[in-house]
Design a binder for this molecule. Structure first.
Ligand code: FMN
Length: 177
């Protein structure tokens, strides 16, 4: 068993992975640990306006590839986690700001926790946001109240890409004293 990474290593070492070993399945306890980490994320009013579909089924993964405009690596990964927002849950307390913003912020943070925990366990992930929402909804038979926000590919990586460029801090930070 490889050693887990600390937080700094995970943040610096995470990459979007687009090639997976389809033969290496993930043990249940690993998936559960990653999901547990997702639910430790902060959320507006602690409403936890998220829901997670864990997809191992080949046919449904193929449907997600279709919905995601042919992003084949989703089917290659042994697991896809579809992170959904629950707008009504946030809306019940916060109205339109809850429906349109907070539930998406909740899921965004949970997505990052999933990716960092997976990285810490030496697993690869890729957050896929380019998909037809209606099609994904149909493939998963989602209840009307849930909005699919991201499909996360999860599995053993078959590639080791280097770091992708980032904008300089000077370009994206303004300090106001
Ligand atoms: C909201 C969001 C949507 C994304 N959608 C896709 C996608 O549909 N397909 C894909 O291959 N990568 C997708 N990515 C991954 C980005 O391309 C990637 O994070 C970026 O190029 C930086 O590379 P890195 O993650 O390896 O640092 C998405 C990332 C985010 C945060």
């Amino acid at each position: 068993m490889k050693q887990e990474m600390n937080l700094w290593e995970a943040i610096e070492g995470r990459r979007s992975i687009r090639s997976y070993d389809p033969t290496q399945e993930l043990p249940e306890d690993v998936i559960e640990k990653i999901l547990k980490m997702a639910t430790l994320s902060p959320s507006a009013g602690n409403l936890q306006a998220w829901f997670f579909y864990v997809i191992k089924n080949k046919k449904i993964k193929r449907g997600l590839v279709q919905a995601a405009y042919g992003q084949e690596f989703l089917a290659e990964a042994p697991v896809n986690i579809v992170v959904c927002a629950d707008p009504d849950r946030s809306g019940s307390k916060y109205g339109s700001r809850g429906r349109e913003l907070y539930c998406l912020q909740d899921t965004a943070i949970a997505i990052q926790n999933i990716m960092l925990s997976a990285t810490a366990l030496r697993l690869g992930t890729c957050c896929v946001g380019a998909f037809d929402e209606e099609e994904a909804r149909n493939v998963l038979n989602l209840p009307q109240g849930l909005r699919p926000v991201a499909i996360i590919a999860l599995g053993h990586s078959r590639e080791s890409p280097g770091p992708r460029p980032r904008r300089d801090l000077k370009e994206v930070v303004k300090v106001i004293k």
